[in-house]
Write a protein that binds this ligand. Sequence first.
Ligand SMILES: [Fe+2]
Length: 147
Amino acid sequence: MQLKKPISPMSTGMPMTMGMSSGMNPDMIMNKFFTLYMAAQFYHWQTTSVAQHGMLGEVYDAVGDAKDTIMEYLLGVQAPTRLTSSPVAETPAPFSDQSVAKMLDNGFQFTIAMMEYADSRGLEELKNLASDLQGVFAKAKYLNTLK
Ligand SMILES: [Fe+2]
């Protein structure tokens, strides 16, 4: 029985699916942030819709802020240990309405996975930060349905 839909694999080659947050680690979270950030900004530039341009601008701003806050939090938790790899971001799919919707859904699912990861480790602040970002993606998913 498959209740949970997989989302695109990380550049690390590690599948990231809902309910699979135990496979997460700070390096993987970093890569996912860069992947989402690059796609949101690229689509922000490629869209011909003023509304979608604005919505995607808010998404990449929020992802950019959360990227720094969450990574520094995770580095604090594991201090003095640093990251183990250089960042790798997936190349975004060409712009299309479908690509934008998929990116927003991937971002939303990423926040759920981070909250599960946070729960499993008692990282309450990560849960709060991921929850805030989840709100941004949920609003963007809604705005993206408007014409
Ligand atoms: Fe912009």
